[in-house]
Design a protein around this ligand. Sequence first.
Ligand SMILES: [Zn+2]
Length: 364
Amino acid sequence: MTPQTRTSLKELQNLDQAIAAIRSSAQSFDLLLEEVNAPVARLEQEVEALEKRLTELKLEENRIELTIEERRVRAAKLQERMDAVRNVREEAAVHAELEMVRRALESEEQEALSLLDQIKRLEERSEEQEAAHQEALAEVGPHREELVEEQQSADGKLEALQAERDAFAAGIDLGERRIYDSIMAGARDVAVAELTQDGACGNCYNMVPLQIQNQIRHGEGMIRCEGCGVILTPESEEGLALAREEGERIERALRTSTDQRDEERAALSEAEALEEAEQAAVAEATTAEASAAKDSGPISDDPAPDMMSGSVFDTLAAEVAIEGQPVASDGALAEVLGLKAVTEDVVSNVVPAEELAIAAVTED
Ligand SMILES: [Zn+2]
């Protein structure tokens, strides 16, 4: 087995694998088409069945019309004979036959009418079904065309690949090709595999004995894997490069995931800190609101001074905030104290009890 054959067999395998892939996608096209077509096909069948039944009924009706025509001729003849009878016996006989013909005619005319009626109803239904069929066709039309186009393009590719494959195979040593074909014929898609870097079969990963690895690497004859039977070839430059690339990719992925994990951890602790700060702010704001709500009601005559102090500051904070001056919820006390001068008018508006309380706290 020369290096040339080895490359050729591998290339042949590439072509065969591409052909197999296109074949399997062609099969899925068939299934898809069938699925898309299903409603149309059902209506088509119904229309066909109706048409068939209509044809039968029309034939039947034609046959009866002919019989009626014959009977009418017969009846007319009998009538003529009736006018020319020579005796009573003859008259009775002709009369009896005429009666019979007339009765038959009557029932046949009845049947013809009923058939005509059936035909009319069937024609109406057939028209309806045909309209539904056309509608369904129009509905699935674009999708179907798309699929058919894709299928045709796949068929074209398949044909070209098959031709390429045949031409290529013709250039390969017949003995080698037979072995290759016999492996592929076993409903497999791999007949040639490279040794891996560490000397295993690239298809089943069974280790190949060292001596045999050397024979393979030196191109000494066609050697097949004892495990899975594929033809073994040395690792190609391509294969080695791919293995290196894969190794680097894994390393990069590992590094990225470590970096990502660190970043995520940092982001998480930051988020936690933020959340804590927010919770503290919310708690404080809630207290301020509650106090403001309480103080906006009628003021009790005898508020506990230390309780009041907090409330008054909160009220002040709320009022200052209302006046449009932003007050940070944390450190509200200090800020309100600092704002005392600025908001003198606000303070002068509050009831004396509160002023007293402020004075008390300020003195503290
Ligand atoms: Zn193997």
